[in-house]
Design a protein around this ligand. Structure first.
Ligand SMILES: *Cc1c(COP(=O)(O)O)cnc(C)c1O
Length: 391
C-alpha cells in the first residue's frame, strides 16, 4: 500500500541520534535550545519553545495568552481535533467558523459576520486559531485586521505549514499573529518522533510559555540561595522535548528545503496529470506557496460514484488514500457539548467529497503514476472504463 504520507529518516538522522545517546545529555542538553533557535530563525520569529507535541504547543499558547474559564476560542472545523481541544484544556469554550469552499481554510467573510454578531451579544472570542490547512496559508493579513478591530489574539495552527510562504515570507514569522505552532509528528513536514514548537516575537509570551512547559519553574534571576535553587511560580506541565528528539529535529530541518521542493514538484505533477479528470484539484492563492503537506481532491457531486466508493476502490488498488478532516464539531464529544450537524455546512460538504492522495518526499514518479492510473480507472471520462457506478 502506498501510504498518504510518510516520514523520511536518513543515515545522518540516525547518526545524530546515536551520538546524543552516547553523550551525557539525553534530555535538557544543548540540542534542544539549538533546535529552538534554528527553527525560529528559519521561520523568522524571535523566540521558540520546543515542546513534546503540537498539541502541547497549542495548549501552552492558549495559557500564555491567558485563556481561561469564561473565555472563548474560535477555530476551523476543518482541522484535527487538537486545534479545538486546547481551549477546553484551559476551561474555555470553543466555537467554529465555517470554511472557504476554495481554500478549505477558515473563511474571513464568515469570521467577520460571526464577530459582528458576537459583538452585539457580548460573546467575542479571546483567541482565534486559523489553521493553514494542507499547508496553504490562511488570509492572515485580513485576520490580523479583524483581530485589531475586535480585540482578539491570534494563534496560527501551522502544523501543516512548515516551509509555506505568505507574502513571500515564511509562515511562522508571527507577523500577523501572537504565536505560531508547528507539529513534528512523523506525517508532518519534518519529524522528531513526537514534538512541536511554539514561535513568537513577544518576549513575555516566550517567557511564560517557557516557564509553563517546565512545571512553572523559574531558575534565573532569583535572589541567590545557591546553585540548586529554583522556584515554582505557577502551575505548569512537563511538556519538554528530549535532546534525542532535538538533535533529530536539527538534522531533519537541514533537509526541509529539499523535502519542500520534492513535495512541490510532486504536487505540480499531480496538477498536470489530473487535469482531464473530473476532480477538483487544490486551489492555490496568488502570493502564497503551500508546503503541500496534503494533496486533497474533491469528488464532484452527482458524478455517479462517491468519495466512499472511490476510497474503497483505490485502497483495493494499493493506493492508501485518506480523508482530512472529519469536521471537529461532528465528533461525538463535540456533539455532546451541543454542536450539531448542519452548523458549518461548507466544512461538512467539503468533508463529504474530500480525498487525500499520497504525497511525501520519496514518493516515486512510478508510484504517483500508479495513483493517477488507479484514479483514471474509476473516474476516467471514458464511460466504459469507469469503476462501479452508484445509481
Ligand atoms: C498534527 C496536528 C496537530 C497536533 O499535533 P501533534 O504533534 O500530533 O500533537 C494540531 N493541529 C493540526 C492541524 C495538526 O495537523
Amino acid at each position: 500500500m502506498i501510504p498518504y504520507g510518510r516520514h523520511s529518516i536518513s543515515e545522518a538522522d540516525i547518526d545524530a541520534v546515536v551520538e546524543v545517546l552516547r553523550s551525557g545529555w539525553i534530555t535538557q542538553g544543548p540540542a534542544t535550545p539549538r533546535f529552538e533557535s534554528l527553527v525560529s530563525s528559519y521561520c523568522g520569529a524571535d523566540y521558540g519553545v520546543a515542546v513534546s507535541s503540537g498539541t502541547a504547543a497549542l495548549h501552552l499558547a492558549c495559557l500564555a495568552l491567558g485563556l481561561g474559564p469564561g473565555d472563548a476560542l474560535w477555530t476551523s472545523p476543518n482541522s484535527f481535533v487538537a486545534s479545538a481541544n486546547c481551549a477546553l484544556y484551559c476551561g474555555a469554550s470553543v466555537d467554529f467558523v465555517d470554511i472557504d469552499p476554495h481554500t478549505y481554510n477558515m473563511s474571513v467573510t464568515a469570521l467577520r459576520t460571526k464577530l459582528e454578531q458576537a459583538r452585539s451579544q457580548g460573546t467575542l472570542p479571546k483567541i482565534v486559531v486559523p489553521v493553514h490547512f494542507a499547508g496553504q496559508p490562511c488570509d492572515m493579513k485580513e485576520i490580523a485586521g479583524l483581530a485589531d478591530e475586535y480585540g482578539f489574539h491570534v494563534i496560527e495552527d501551522a502544523c501543516h505549514a512548515l516551509g509555506a510562504t505568505y507574502e513571500d515570507q515564511q509562515v511562522g514569522n508571527c507577523r500577523y499573529s501572537d504565536i505560531t505552532v508547528f507539529s513534528f509528528h512523523p506525517v508532518k513536514m519534518i519529524t522528531t518522533g513526537e514534538g512541536g514548537v511554539l514561535l513568537t516575537n513577544n518576549k513575555d509570551l516566550h517567557e511564560r510559555a517557557g516557564r509553563l512547559h517546565n512545571h512553572g519553574i523559574v531558575r534565573e534571576g532569583l535572589s541567590e540561595e545557591g546553585g540548586w535553587f529554583y522556584e515554582q511560580h505557577e502551575l505548569g506541565f512537563n511538556y519538554r522535548i528530549t535532546d534525542i528528539q532535538g538533535v533529530l529535529g536539527i538534522s531533519q530541518l537541514s533537509r526541509l528545503n529539499e523535502y519542500l521542493s520534492q513535495r512541490r514538484e510532486l504536487a505540480a505533477r499531480y496538477n498536470r496529470l489530473l487535469e482531464d479528470l473530473p476532480l477538483e484539484r487544490p486551489y492555490q492563492e496568488a502570493g502564497r506557496q503551500s508546503s503541500w503537506h496534503l494533496y486533497v481532491v474533491q469528488v464532484p457531486e452527482n458524478s455517479g460514484w462517491t468519495r466512499q466508493s472511490l476510497y474503497e476502490e483505490l485502497r483495493n488498488e494499493g493506493v492508501g488514500v485518506n480523508v482530512h478532516y472529519i469536521p471537529v464539531h461532528t465528533q461525538p464529544y463535540y456533539q455532546r457539548l451541543g454542536f450539531q450537524y448542519g452548523q458549518f455546512p461548507l466544512a461538512e460538504a467539503y468533508y463529504g467529497r474530500a480525498l487525500t492522495l499520497p504525497l511525501y518526499p520519496g514518493l516515486s514518479e512510478m508510484q504517483q503514476d500508479h495513483v493517477v492510473a488507479s484514479l483514471e480507472k474509476f473516474v476516467g471520462s471514458d464511460e466504459s472504463t469507469r469503476g462501479r457506478r452508484i445509481e
